[in-house]
Write a protein that binds this ligand. Structure first.
Ligand SMILES: Cc1cc2nc3c(=O)[nH]c(=O)nc-3n(C[C@H](O)[C@H](O)[C@H](O)COP(=O)(O)O)c2cc1C
Length: 317
């Protein structure tokens, strides 16, 4: 367990970020959904309430088993996963996972999954009444079964239509998590902003696959999977900057953040906050390490987290 004692300095810099509609965080570092479970495992390593927020595994209306194994494979500079929609479902999450999270004092963001507008709405409406849930992160890259496999995150009218419905069923902060697997991520971001999203987070994984040449079979049980980790960081940074320039709502950046310096890159590109995902699989302390090194940098430079956001210098000399 790492000590909670904070280094005192004469001019402490402000790490806090206000993402709007009640999502006020003491610092900009969160966990990324699906890489931190429901916070239980990590709490053995450090006090998870030190993070800006904990984003939990995607929750659907009913429990789901997910895809057949193998569900994870290592790739150069990252990993491919096809976990599918596995999760405990909203009722078990509320009765068995939330009491623990509330007791830690962590700020909780719940990632919401659905295969229809109705399912997303059911989950958001239910979570709207749950104490200790500060925000809902709507994952719009799951297959929309009712639309014949079209994904919510791929088409502006579908993405906007979903967010409009969700805006009506919850007063909690609505963060919409964007898929990089669409042609125009800035356009989708603008569409969900207009529909009532309070913030956007990006990026989710990039679709990929691995093939075993001996068997000529896909390595993953789900055939295709999502690529995450350092390999996707330059793509994520580019998309965060593009979206930052296109919307007025806050942007939360993620994709391959392994070190504090990577988090700084995302803030400079325009992210108001960041999430740490795959890094946690190789180092359970990664989100805390990122936070500590980010705060050391800000302290040394005597600049607040907010001042750094979008400070990218595009001048040539
Ligand atoms: C094993 C695994 C499970 C994931 N599950 C979810 C999920 O339930 N909901 C979601 O929105 N994103 C999910 N993601 C995507 C991550 O939250 C994140 O967007 C992505 O991995 C990129 O960040 P990273 O490179 O820091 O991991 C998952 C990623 C991994 C690796």
């Amino acid at each position: 367990m790492i000590s909670n004692s904070k280094h005192q300095t004469s001019n402490p810099v402000d790490l806090s970020v206000d993402l709007g509609r009640g999502l006020h965080l003491p610092n900009p570092v969160m966990t990324a959904s699906g890489t931190f479970g429901y916070g239980e495992e990590a709490s053995g390593y450090f006090d998870i309430s030190r993070l800006g927020a904990v984003v939990v595994k995607g929750i659907s209306a009913e429990p789901r088993q997910g895809n057949p194994p193998p569900r994870v494979v290592e790739t150069p500079s990252g990993m491919l996963n096809s976990i599918g929609l596995q999760n405990v479902g909203m009722e078990i999450f509320i009765s068995e996972k939330m009491p623990f999270l509330r007791a830690t004092g962590a700020r909780v963001v719940v990632n919401v999954l659905g295969s229809s507008v109705e399912e997303y709405a059911r989950v958001c409406e239910r979570l709207d009444k749950v104490d200790g849930v500060l925000a809902l992160e709507v994952n719009i890259s799951c297959p929309n079964v009712k639309e014949g496999g079209v994904q919510f995150g791929m088409k502006k009218p579908l993405a906007a239509g979903l967010v409009k419905v969700l805006r009506d069923v919850t007063d909690k902060h609505l963060m919409v998590k964007l898929s990089p697997n669409c042609g125009d991520i800035a356009g989708i971001a603008r569409a969900v902003e207009e529909a009532g999203a309070d913030s956007v987070s990006l990026i989710n994984t990039i679709t990929g696959m691995e093939i075993d040449v001996r068997t000529r079979r896909p390595v993953l049980g789900g055939v295709m999977g999502g690529l995450s980790g350092p390999a996707i960081r330059p793509v994520a940074l580019r998309m965060v900057h593009e979206v930052f320039r296109s919307v007025k709502i806050p942007v939360v950046g993620l994709g391959g953040i392994m070190e504090g310096e990577h988090a700084l890159q995302f803030l400079i590109a325009g992210a108001s906050a960041v999430q740490v995902g795959t890094a946690t699989f190789t180092d359970p302390l990664a989100p805390l390490r990122v936070l500590e090194s980010l705060s050391e940098y800000l302290q040394k430079e005597q600049i607040s987290a907010r001042e750094l956001v979008g400070s990218l210098c595009l001048c040539r000399n």
